[in-house]
Design a protein around this ligand. Structure first.
Ligand code: ADP
Ligand code: MG
Length: 453
């Protein structure tokens, strides 16, 4: 274990300069956009006697490399090293929690190095889960045991689970860590029972494998209910690890109390430590996540477009990530790295889930008056103090930019004002949004309020 790890570190150090050399040559051969899109994000993993292993974050990316760039990489590498290598590309999606597939349970290698605390964006919706994750990774078995992370799909539970593993492993390379999905654990168990006829030791092997770990991470325990034999076995595994001072971290899409057909003794165990939730991201968090994902992709995106995406994709982080990937793919097809509004709309038209509510001047005026705590009717009155005129301009802006109404119609509904007044208001707010964060925030929140169902 120790030597394997040392060796692993060794190859990592070796592959980096070689890969950098390859990149330097490739950069001259292909367009900037292709380079930034397809090559810059590649993570070199290792270089063995005959294989260069590269890692990418999506299946799309892997396909591009394998189909379009394989021979270019191969020949450049041969040029740089004087030797022939095969290129192997692994995609994080291949074995990833993202695709909700089971991951082979081999101690020490199964968790995904891409999912770390460093690249996990923390906000109100997940700060407890994040803090608890960091805490247990630094204090194995002694703080919250088990740590039970729960929340809807695509909100970062699996990411956190791997981050706990990565951090714990960095702090203590000798730690025995097991990451497993409920499904994988069940299959392993069933297989060991089946093969016991031929091999008396198989169930013992199963116990040795699962009960001697320091950090046991189980993804998606909501699936335990009703699985024959599983709950019994899992209960004993849990107890063995717990009694040895090991740390257990579980994820689930719901609370223990809500998992159907969960045996009482397991429910009690799950509730014994800390329950920490992850909630859907609010507007600010969605913006923060988009910024974070985009910053890794070498794209130029204006703030208005981030707002547009954050307003339209509200479900979860996975979908926000999907949106960034789509924009990236469109940008690369068009050989640009600048995302315009038009490009974003094209890229996202199939995944936008919102059904546009029919907006009226009355409903917008109503929301804006509520937002600024103004008496009803203030915005359509002829009064012009700043306390009223700024909200009025914001309301006009929303009518124009969000509800797409005509300038004269807006003027008419705001107490019979001229369309040039409306135009002036729209321009003013657009300008102010660029320079004043509070204006941008007001508009973003109001847009959310007026469009939500
Ligand atoms: P879950 O297991 O809750 O269904 P995942 O952990 O698989 O969700 O997250 C889905 C995707 O969203 C992953 O690619 C993950 O990296 C990303 N993600 C989720 N939450 C965050 C976050 N707070 N910061 C950065 N990326 C996140
Ligand atoms: Mg998951």
């Amino acid at each position: 274990m120790q030597t394997a790890l040392a060796q692993d570190l060794h190859t990592k150090q070796d592959v980096k300069p070689i890969w950098d050399g390859v990149l330097n040559v490739l950069r001259e051969e292909i367009s900037d956009v292709s380079f930034l899109t397809w090559f810059k994000p590649i993570e070199p993993v290792s270089l063995s006697a005959d294989t260069l292993t590269l890692s990418v974050t999506s299946g799309v990316h892997k396909n591009m490399i394998m189909t379009k760039y394989y021979s270019l990489i191969e020949s450049t590498l041969t040029g740089a090293t004087g030797k022939n290598y095969q290129i192997e590309v692994i995609s994080v999606e291949d074995d990833a929690p993202v695709a909700e597939q089971s991951v082979p349970a081999t101690i020490g290698k199964v968790f995904n190095p891409k999912y770390t605390f460093e690249n996990f964006v923390v906000g109100n919706n997940n700060s407890l889960a994040h803090a608890a994750g960091v805490a247990v990774s630094e204090n194995i078995g002694s703080l919250y045991n088990p740590l039970f992370l729960y929340g809807g799909s695509g909100l970062g539970k699996t990411h956190l689970l791997h981050a706990v593993a990565n951090n714990a492993q960095n702090l203590n390379p000798d730690l025995k860590i097991m990451y497993v999905t409920t499904e994988k654990f069940t299959n392993d168990y069933v297989n060991s029972i089946l093969s016991q006829k031929n091999n008396k030791k198989s169930i013992q092997d199963f116990h040795d494998k699962y009960r001697n770990v320091d950090l046991f991470l189980v993804d998606d325990v909501q699936f335990v209910g009703g699985k024959d034999g599983f709950q019994e076995e899992f209960f004993h595994t849990f107890n063995a690890i717990y009694e040895n001072g090991g740390q257990i971290v579980l994820t689930s899409d719901r609370l223990p109390a809500e998992i159907p057909k969960l045996e009482e003794r397991l429910r009690t165990r799950f509730n014994m430590g800390l329950l920490a939730d992850v909630q859907p991201p609010d507007f600010e968090m969605r913006i923060a996540i988009l910024r974070n994902k985009i910053q890794n992709e070498y794209l130029t995106v204006d703030d208005e477009i981030l707002v547009y995406v954050a307003e339209n994709i509200r479900s979860n982080v996975r979908d926000l990530e999907g949106a960034v990937k789509r924009m990236l793919a469109y940008a690369s097809i068009r050989r640009t790295n600048r995302i315009t509004q038009e490009l974003a709309e094209q890229a996202l038209k199939d995944i936008m889930t919102v059904t546009k509510k029919k907006l009226t001047t009355a409903s917008i005026i109503d929301e804006v008056e509520k937002y600024y705590s103004l008496p009803k009717g203030s915005l359509v009155s002829q009064r012009r103090p700043k306390s009223v005129s700024y909200p009025r301009q914001v309301a006009m802006y929303l009518c124009r930019e969000v509800a797409d109404m005509k300038l004269p119609d807006i003027g008419r509904d705001f107490g019979g004002r001229n369309h040039t007044t409306v135009m002036h208001a729209v321009n003013k707010i657009s300008e102010d949004m660029k320079t004043q964060a509070d204006v941008e925030k007001d508009v973003a929140e109001l847009t959310e309020n007026v469009t939500k169902n």
